[in-house]
Design a protein around this ligand. Structure first.
Ligand code: BGC
Length: 521
């Protein structure tokens, strides 16, 4: 009977291939595309808390903050104008990812990365030299377009390039770069905020050219994936490339599967409309729900507003920035755990373990903050041990996210779509991610003001929902070659009915053997 969880290695196909230095270096370079996204996530919160920046561009916000006599701790930092500055970028990214879908499909994954890098670079320069609010906004839009292109193409590139046994680890290089980008940005803000003359924000915003140049130059050095070359009719080149990437001569079987996937893909004229077909129901569901759930973990409350949050619970300025650096460090280190474990323990284990860990911490943080500030948010001194315990729980929460929903939110969608809908479905994934990143960035301070410590329980509720969803509906994809993924759906207790036999590789003659240790219903 089909499994709740999924299957082991799909149909016995084990393509030969090694983790060659070529593929490793290629994937490291491509993964650096995550740096621009991470840098931006980490930089905006700090910049918008710099007085000189506020005075220059948002004087009314600056005055309000300083004249604020509110006694309600929860509402101290609520200011929609400023959150709009942070979150506008994600709307631009959303639009760009839709355009990027065609570029990625018709011209290859590399070109999308190159366009992403160039747009981000221009955006960073415009922001660094900004003299007026319109320049800031134009800059933010360009950065957003850059991120839309990069996030659409980099995860696909990595999943296609990697030998299937190491796909998880190599793909998570993208998330590792995101976390490194966030950490570097936090550390830079910490130092740039101290620059005399108050122009440190220019360095923070302009500094984004560094990661932008890395991905721009990187994409020029990279080679396109064999999948994408075949998709564009370059058969000879693709085979040679595959031999080089895999480091073995015997790539025939994998090559033929790629060609078959590409032929299926050619029959599709409208990838977008196609997504609505019944046989893509599982894919479409995941393309929407995985990024939605990723954002509903509440992680960006910490990523965008950690300093503000720590100030809210009574930390001083410096201590708040420092605590943000600590959570940033935990984020990077815990991602390494995921790289180590994802192809060993599987995606489902990490999702479920991470979910439980986040849930416990969210409840604990809600209890601690609630016990201290009550429902009315009366201000008060926070005993040191109390603050340390709260930061500790936040760190354990960040670690839980960093080895589950963080990396898997990008990995799983990039590996489950069949070639014919891959670009379009990935754009949906990026767009949904961006729209909820936008909404959370936009409404978090408002929500904190109204829901108070209950906000953490709100996210805790969603973590329960998403963990139940994963348990019942996400099949295990570890160790399954990307163009053979149809088998995991066919073996799944719920999704099997959506998958026609002719969607299976080798015309459905594969051995649908189930892996061990997986529960079935
Ligand atoms: C998410 C971001 C988040 C980051 C934190 C990413 O996977 O998409 O929204 O800020 O992880 O590390």
């Amino acid at each position: 009977m089909p499994a709740v969880g999924g299957i082991g290695p799909a149909n016995g196909t084990a393509y030969p291939g090694n983790l060659t230095p070529f593929v490793t270096i290629t994937c490291i370079v491509a993964a650096m595309g995550g740096l621009i996204f991470g840098y931006d996530i980490g930089i905006s919160g700090g910049v918008t808390s710099m007085d000189s920046f506020l005075k220059k561009f948002f004087p009314s916000v600056y005055e309000k903050e300083n004249a604020d006599t509110s006694t309600n701790q929860y509402c101290k930092f609520n200011s929609p104008t400023l959150t709009m500055f942070t979150s506008s970028l994600y709307l631009a990214a959303l639009l760009a990812s839709l355009v990027a879908s065609s570029v990625t499909r018709l011209f290859g994954r590399r070109l999308s990365m190159l366009i992403g890098g160039i747009l981000f670079c221009i955006g960073a320069i415009v922001n660094g030299f900004a003299e007026a609010v319109w320049m800031l906004i134009v800059g933010r839009l360009l950065l957003g377009f850059g991120i839309g292109f990069a996030n659409q193409s980099v995860p696909l590139y990595l999943s296609e390039m990697a030998p299937y046994k190491f796909r998880g680890a190599l793909n998570i290089g993208f998330q590792l770069s995101i976390t490194i980008g966030i950490l570097v940005a936090n550390v830079l803000n910490y130092f740039f905020a101290k620059i005399k003359g108050g122009w440190g924000w220019r360095l923070s915003l302009g500094g984004a050219v560094v990661p932008a140049l890395i991905i721009t130059i990187g994409s020029l050095l990279l080679t396109d994936t064999p999948n994408s070359m075949i998709e564009r009719g370059q058969f000879e080149g693709a085979k040679k490339k595959l031999i080089k990437i895999r480091g073995v001569d015997n790539v025939d079987e994998e090559y033929e599967d790629l060609v078959a996937a590409s032929e299926a893909s050619k029959k599709v004229e409208h990838p977008w409309r196609n997504l609505l077909q019944t046989k893509y129901r599982p894919h479409l569901t995941m393309a929407i729900l995985i990024p939605f759930f990723q954002q509903l973990t509440g992680i960006n409350v910490i990523m965008f507003y950690a300093p503000v949050l720590f100030k809210t619970i009574g930390f001083g300025s410096d201590a708040s920035l420092m605590s943000a650096v600590i959570t940033g460090l935990v984020n990077v280190l815990a991602t390494l755990v995921s790289i180590y474990g994802v192809d060993k323990w599987g995606r489902r284990f990490l999702f479920l373990e991470g979910g439980i860990q986040m849930l416990i911490c969210q409840i604990a943080v809600a209890a601690f903050i609630g016990a201290k500030f009550g429902v009315n948010g009366e201000p008060g001194e926070l005993p040191k041990w109390y603050a340390v315990v709260v930061v500790l729980f936040i760190c354990i929460y960040v670690a839980g996210f960093a080895w589950s929903w963080g990396p898997l939110g990008w990995l799983v969608p990039s590996e489950i779509f069949p070639l014919e809908i891959r670009s379009a479905a990935q754009s949906i994934n990026v767009s949904v991610n961006m729209i909820f990143t936008f909404l959370i960035a936009q409404v978090f301070l408002e929500m904190l003001c109204h829901m108070k410590f209950g906000l953490f329980l709100f996210f805790a509720f969603w973590v329960v929902v998403m963990s139940i969803f994963i348990f019942f509906f996400l099949p295990e994809t570890k160790g399954v070659p990307i163009e053979e993924m149809a088998i995991v759906w066919k073996n799944h207790w719920y999704w099997e009915k959506y998958i026609p036999d002719d969607a299976l590789p080798h015309g459905g003659n594969g051995n649908l053997e189930m892996g061990s240790g997986v529960k079935s219903v």
